[in-house]
Design a protein around this ligand. Structure first.
Ligand code: ASP
Length: 585
């Protein structure tokens, strides 16, 4: 080894020892005749004292150096109790420059605000910063803990392919041209869904993987085109078994990395309840503020806007005192979410009298009963949404979260977990057909096993999502394991026999050979890490993330290719239809 000790490990007990350290110059302070260097390595920082006669003038921040010297206790009064190595310093005999550093694009030490694009362009320097390095270490620690839990449960770790066929998680695929089959393309997996089911047919019974997934979705604030899942599948299980393993993982991670003891079993709520009460399939239960269903209340109303299939409301505590401008901002907020606006009424702080634009449209009776119906106090305001139930509830649910933020109702130090279960199997598409809410391999709840085709709109799935602080951190389901039922789902979502055969024939074939009943779940690992590391975006817990634009400022990817590469990859070639089909064995 180049060094004898790691800088951050030196203590008063090392005083008198000769040491060799290696690391980076974190800070330099010149004090007439002596120079103090903070030497940083992965373990921490130690103070190095160098006589100026030694050639230190050239040393700048982030030079990589080697120091030979002797440890001594710091002179009385110079100790730094905030630093683990604050009792000692290393008096250097020699300082060797291992490599020099150019002037830096941003300071490594301290907490200077640096734009994300610059941080990502110089990610290797950003990783030298304490917060970024810490997030990556938490992630590594979590992976060790995860593999302990999975080993205890006797899971088999399997790597599934990245070059494969399209998988149906509802996003666009990233495609890879195939030189040896010009005109044919691999898809990068949106998840290992089909492979993990095949592993169950293969009899492994318990599979897990920290799997990379690829989804070409429109770029949203906190999405990455490639991300990581803890992917899990189990045979001969009911929902309870899958949930128990998932809770073990969450309980271990939160106990070890957040010092939080989960109380188990985690609460459960049906999807229908979550939507009705919180306007969301991932409700943040760190605060109350439930929605009120006013459809009955306004059943006979003369107010045209409220003559709708659903009328609901959410109360903003103390909201009556908002200025006209603030209420206008709420309208803009609603419009930015695609709503027409956000109707509201206020309850005067002194008299409780109903005011605001909606008030004059209500009958005396509707006005008088309103505070009671929505459970509002004088000084509150209430926001309404009227229209189709799902969209109106989602608008109120988003308003609820916004209210939680603006009124500081959310205890940021709290953790709230729950399972949201029994989502619908299907939802209607714009053209009146049906599409799977989870994915088309999700089994119906037993009650709908024989009837889901007759009434796809009401059938519920044996599916579950785990929610933490308003984020969906995982989701899964009990799967279909019979070809006839699988075929019925494909029929319902309008996938013809030929299409199903060509896309998923291998799965349908596998189901001919004694597939076991099975089910599983996948956690969004990046999101879990974001919550555990206490950082605002998943980019902070990914070593080399794409920027918010979806591009990579570090390598400059994606890049154009040359005409020769284009030709060689067969990008413009027409696929030979016979070659594209699955070969018969
Ligand atoms: N493959 C699913 C997903 O990526 C998870 C699962 O059903 O296990 O959402």
């Amino acid at each position: 080894m180049i060094r004898t000790h790691e800088a951050g490990t030196l203590r008063a007990s090392h005083a008198g020892e000769r040491v060799v350290l290696a690391g980076w110059v974190a800070r330099r302070r010149d004090h007439g005749g002596v120079v103090f260097l903070d030497l940083r390595d992965a373990s921490g920082v130690a103070q190095v004292v160098v006589r100026e006669s030694q050639s230190v003038h050239e040393l700048r921040a982030e030079f990589c150096v080697k120091v030979d010297g002797q440890v001594r206790t710091r002179p009385a009064g110079n100790e730094n109790p905030d630093l683990p190595t604050g009792a000692i310093e290393v008096v250097a005999d020699t300082v060797d420059v291992l490599s020099a550093a150019d002037p830096l694009p941003f300071p490594i030490e301290g907490s200077a605000e640096v734009s994300e694009d610059v941080r990502l362009k110089y990610r290797y320097l950003d990783i030298r910063r304490e917060d970024t390095a810490h997030a990556l270490r938490v992630r590594s620690q979590a992976a060790y803990l995860l593999s302990d839990v999975m080993r205890e449960h006797r899971f088999v770790q399997v790597e599934t392919p990245y070059l494969t066929r399209s998988t149906p998680e509802g996003a666009r695929d990233f495609l890879v041209p195939v030189r040896l089959r010009p005109g044919n393309w691999y898809a990068l997996p949106q998840s290992p869904q089909l492979f993990k089911q095949l592993l169950m047919v293969g009899g492994l019974e318990r599979y897990f993987q920290l799997a990379r997934c690829f989804r070409d979705e429109d770029f949203r604030k906190d999405r990455q085109p490639e991300f990581t899942q803890i992917d899990i599948e189990m045979s001969f299980v009911t929902r309870e078994d899958v949930l128990a393993v998932a809770e073990d993982i969450v309980a271990t991670l939160w106990s070890e990395l957040a010092g939080y003891q989960l109380s188990r079993p985690l609460p459960r709520m049906t999807y229908a309840d979550a939507l009705a009460r919180y306007g969301s399939d991932k409700p943040d239960l760190r605060f109350e503020c439930e929605l009120t269903d006013l459809t009955e209340y306004f059943a006979g109303t003369g107010f045209r806007v409220f003559q709708a299939p659903y009328v609901g409301a959410v109360v903003m505590p103390g909201g009556a005192g908002q200025s006209r401008r603030e209420f206008d901002q709420w309208q803009e907020w609603a419009r930015s979410r695609g709503a027409k606006g956000l109707a509201y009424a206020t309850f005067a702080a002194d008299t409780g009298e109903v005011g605001g634009p909606v008030a004059k449209n209500l009958s005396d009776q509707e006005r008088d009963g309103l505070a009671g119906a929505v459970n509002a106090k004088p000084g509150d305001c209430v926001f309404f949404a009227a229209g189709p139930a799902h969209a109106s509830r989602e608008l109120l649910g988003a308003a609820r979260v916004e209210i939680g933020r603006r009124c500081e109702l959310i205890d940021e130090a709290a953790w709230s977990f729950l399972w949201v279960v029994d989502a619908p199997m299907f939802e209607q598409t714009d053209d009146g057909g049906w599409t799977a809410v989870h994915h088309p391999f999700t089994a119906p709840l037993p009650h709908w096993a024989d009837t889901f085709t007759a009434d796809p709109g009401t059938a519920l799935a044996d599916a579950y999502d785990i929610v933490c602080n308003g984020y969906e951190i995982g989701g899964g389901s009990i799967r279909i394991h019979r070809s006839d039922m699988q075929q019925a789902v494909f029929d319902t979502i309008g996938l013809s026999k030929q299409e199903a055969q060509s896309q998923f024939g291998f799965l349908l074939d596998a189901f001919k050979y004694g597939p076991p009943p099975h089910g599983g779940i996948a956690f969004g690992w990046d999101r879990v890490m974001m919550l555990l590391a206490g950082v605002p975006t998943i980019r902070d817990v990914i070593a080399f993330p794409k920027a918010a634009s979806g591009l990579d400022p570090l390598t400059g990817a994606p890049t154009a290719i040359t005409a020769a590469q284009r030709k060689e990859a067969g990008i413009d070639a027409q696929a030979d239809a016979r070659a594209a089909a699955r070969p018969a064995v």
